[in-house]
Write a protein that binds this ligand. Structure first.
Ligand code: FES
Ligand SMILES: [Fe+2]
Length: 463
């Protein structure tokens, strides 16, 4: 909610109160002609003095209006929780006094051991943005997967992603470019490139367009409220597609808000959470009311309330080997007694390296969190959760679902932002650790011979 709303409300209320006080006088003169009424208005307002304004009425009226606006905002507007990389998951302590959050984050990033990491950009579908944020004729510059994309929606409504840099002289198509029909026009000399195949269709000062005049066009898919791009280090065309969620595609479940984070870790660490059953009690067991900071969440105050989890994770067989399934059960217990009615069942599908559908049922509510994970830099991941649920789910309930999930994710982020990638984990003989090994074998299918590896000289680490 913007702060200037309050100022506008106070001004409007002051005008309304003054106008109301003058109303009686206006009514008395109602019999007179229109010109005289306008004159009397002008006379009344031009003679207002500050000491004559009924400030108590203005104050009370402003408060009432502001509360109404606030309630409307909370009750009917989807939650939009967006956090920067330095906002979450970094431990400020006595050594970090005087440093901004960003400086603390960069300090940790520079000092942290990175470990022997796998390639940084696996193959698969990755979300570039939410579909509803790109209207017809709009262009967005998106940096992800070591690439610069110009993402645009053509005049027919189809979304496209092309290489942002014009093949003529390198101007950024997304910075000042225009959408013309199904093409994007370069802001520098007006060359036009078709979204479907990247071919140049028009050069303003040359009749014959050479065949080699084109930009790279990326396979794009609009699904589950997002625009996805297919990334493959070997240039292989899509070998699978993210499945549709019938309730979302049919509009039965509607958009109910989102959260968005930037996480400083290798991409493989994040979906590993799904297979890592033993972290659930440790990281997600303490009551969410005890906070998201791992150092303080074992608070005595909230010890009486606990989250209890059961999880089963396994990859699917052919032809869906790119999918792994997680069944998750959650119960809240107070003084070791499980509370009936507060159970939650989640059926999650990890679809490739960058997408998870978490369909849930809790009490009488059904819906799905769509989790997208996109590498913005080699070791910075954009992590989003978008909630789709029945249109009858009240917005405060939807916001509570999103916030509850966000608090749990913020605890994970504190682990991820500070950990080293362990390429050879010390796994012990147990079902839980066997599953970690199994997850890593499953995830390795998304790397190929030319998958890019981290080059610190090139990338640097500051955010
Ligand atoms: S740089 Fe794009 S048209 Fe010249
Ligand atoms: Fe977790």
């Amino acid at each position: 909610m913007k702060g200037n709303v309050l100022v506008i409300i106070v001004i409007l209320t002051a005008v309304a109160v003054i106008a109301f006080n003058r109303l009686q006088a206006v009514m008395d003169r109602f019999a007179k002609s229109k010109g005289e009424i306008l004159q009397s208005f002008y006379h009344d307002f031009s003679h207002i003095k500050l000491e004559n304004i009924p400030w108590v009425s203005v104050l009370c009226g402003s408060c009432v209006l502001y509360i109404c606006y606030y309630l409307y905002y909370k009750l009917f507007t989807p939650l939009d929780l967006v956090k920067d990389l330095s906002d979450v998951g970094y431990a400020t302590n006595s050594g970090s006094e005087g440093r901004s959050k960003r400086e603390v984050a960069n300090h940790v990033r520079r000092l942290r051991k990175i470990g022997d990491i796998p390639p940084v950009y696996p193959n698969g579908w990755f979300a570039l943005m939410e579909a509803h944020r790109l209207k017809k004729g709009e262009i967005e510059h998106v940096v992800a997967l070591g690439e610069n994309f110009a993402v645009f929606r053509d005049e027919n409504g189809s979304a496209h992603a092309v290489d942002a840099y014009c093949s003529h002289m390198g101007a950024n198509l997304a910075v000042g470019g225009r959408v013309i029909g199904d093409c994007i026009e370069c802001p520098f000399h007006g060359w036009r490139f078709r979204g479907d195949d990247g071919k140049c269709t028009h050069i303003p000062y040359c009749e014959k367009v050479p065949d080699r005049a084109k930009v790279k066009s990326w396979p794009v898919l609009e699904r589950s409220g997002h625009i996805f791009v297919w990334y493959h280090a070997e240039g292989v065309e899509p070998t699978w597609l993210p499945p549709e969620i019938d309730e979302v595609e049919s509009g039965h479940w509607v958009y109910k808000g989102r959260n968005q984070y930037f996480v400083n870790t290798h991409i493989q660490d994040i979906p590993e959470n799904g297979a890592d059953q033993m972290h659930l009690a440790q990281v997600h067991g303490p009551c969410i009311l005890s906070g998201v900071d791992l150092r303080y969440m074992y608070s005595k105050l909230w010890e009486f309330a606990k989250h209890n989890w059961q999880a089963e994770w396994q990859p699917l067989p052919e032809p869906n080997t790119h999918i792994a399934c997680l069944e998750l059960g959650h119960k809240l217990s107070i003084l070791d007694r499980k509370l009936p009615g507060l159970e939650m069942r989640v059926n999650a599908r990890q679809i490739g390296p960058g997408l998870v559908y978490l369909e849930f049922q809790a009490a009488c509510f059904y819906g799905v969190y769509i989790q997208t994970l996109t590498p913005i830099e080699p070791l910075v991941q954009k992590l989003t959760h978008t909630l789709f649920a029945s249109r009858w789910m009240p917005m405060p309930v939807a916001s509570a679902f999103l916030l509850g999930e966000a608090y749990q994710v913020e605890r994970d982020i504190m682990i991820w932002n500070n950990k080293k990638f362990e390429n050879k984990p010390l796994l012990v003989k147990s079902r839980a650790d066997e599953r970690i090994a199994r997850y890593r074998r499953w995830f390795s299918q998304f790397y190929s011979e030319n998958s890019p590896r981290l080059s610190l000289h090139k990338e640097g680490l500051d955010w």
